[in-house]
Design a protein around this ligand. Structure first.
Ligand code: ZN
Length: 288
């Protein structure tokens, strides 16, 4: 295949979409032509962000790894795109990613820019910072279990090229992704999700089709549900008052599967919503 320009590629893809019986060209093709991008997730090459790496044409789905996990690769033989979740702990700089394309290794460059997330210093009673030996033992057990949940990498890959998510619950964002919290001078892990303030009992809806892969009650996270959207894209819902689902349930976008609460270590009712891509927690806002 020898397709010289992006425009020709787009035209060909539009033509293929039409002949395949689709009503219109994919959103990204139309928007790329208009110079506006409504495609999700947004490209944001910073720690906690997502890189949309264009891989070009290949007869079969290209393969690459990042963060010791296979990256999500979407598209078709005309144009493949890798969606790469960049962990918050990543050092900004240049990275070379070997990509396997039709049996050949090619190097792709990824530049991760610096991002300064907001810092919050809090002074709290030492009791709320230090865990008792019993609580610590519980936390260690739960952390080991969560590791197995987060390793989920199911097939099939998402079919849609645009992975725009529906907000799981309406409400004010009470804490943004990436916030760096320092309790009594001790840095904690940065905030790995988005907090949405809502009353206890508010229904939470699936932001994309997904499969329930974990339902549990955890020390820090309280009532928690994990969804698997395929190809290494997972989402988590914490501090729930009610989990109206069980492992193995298949959800459609908009299905109610749990309710907002204030369980676990929280000061008030809210949803902590996390999104994970190739085992990196990334900013959920990039999908909205
Ligand atoms: Zn949170």
């Amino acid at each position: 295949m020898n397709i010289s320009t992006a425009l020709e590629r787009r035209r060909l893809l539009q033509w293929m979409s039409l002949t395949a019986g689709m009503a219109s060209a994919p959103a990204w093709a139309v928007n790329a032509a208009q110079g506006v991008s409504s495609i999700r997730p947004q490209d944001s090459r910073v720690p906690g962000g997502i890189a949309r790496l264009s891989l070009g044409p290949a007869a079969t789905r290209p393969q690459l790894s990042y963060n010791d996990a296979p990256a999500l690769v979407l598209g078709d033989m005309i144009e493949w795109t890798a969606l790469i979740g960049i962990p918050l702990s990543t050092t900004p700089g240049e990275y070379t990613l070997p990509v396997e394309m039709d049996g050949q290794l090619r190097n792709k460059q990824l530049t991760v820019q610096n991002k300064k997330y907001v810092e919050q210093r809090l002074t709290v009673s030492p009791k709320t910072v230090d865990l008792s030996p019993e609580d610590n033992a519980r936390y260690e057990r739960e952390a080991a279990h969560l590791k197995t949940v987060m390793a989920s990498l199911s097939q099939p890959f998402p079919i849609a090229t645009n992975l725009q998510m529906q907000v799981p619950v309406p409400g004010r964002r009470s804490s943004s992704f990436g916030l760096r919290r320092i309790f009594n001078g001790q840095p904690r892990n940065p905030h790995s999700g988005m907090d949405i303030a809502a009353a206890t009992g508010t229904p939470i809806r699936a932001p994309l089709p997904g499969k329930v892969i974990d339902v549990g009650d955890y020390f820090f996270n309280g009532g928690t549900v994990w969804l698997d959207h395929g190809g290494g894209l997972l989402s988590m819902y914490c501090h729930l008052s009610q989990m109206g689902c069980k492992v193995g349930d298949m959800l459609k976008t908009g299905d109610v599967f749990c309710k907002v609460g204030a369980t676990g270590r929280v000061t008030g009712p809210h949803l902590h919503w996390g999104v994970m891509l190739n085992r990196a927690m990334v900013d959920p806002a990039l999908f909205l």
